[in-house]
Design a protein around this ligand. Structure first.
Ligand SMILES: [Zn+2]
Length: 85
């Protein structure tokens, strides 16, 4: 008998969690794919390059309005040592 015994219940719960995670990822991808450029800041705040939809910032969001948050493209993001923005 092994020390770590996984019950069928635990395995079922694990599969449920993984399925829920996949579903959440799928919904997030779908949500991102529906973004419209007109409603978002779409260009990198450092180099001005057009960024991918996943990086866009909603113009109406509190982050954009109150904290002046803007997208950052991948190559500019990589230049920040601490990757904090
Ligand atoms: Zn950039």
């Amino acid at each position: 008998m092994s020390e770590v015994e996984i019950s069928p219940e635990d395995e079922a719960r694990y599969m449920e969690i993984m399925a829920a995670y996949d579903e959440a990822m799928r919904r997030e991808a779908e949500r991102i794919s529906k973004r419209r450029a007109a409603d978002h800041h779409t260009n990198c705040r450092d180099c001005g390059k057009f960024t991918g939809k996943a990086r866009w910032v909603l113009k109406d969001s509190a982050l954009a309005k109150e904290r002046n948050h803007r997208p950052l493209c991948e190559s500019c993001f990589d230049e920040y040592d601490d990757n904090f923005y």
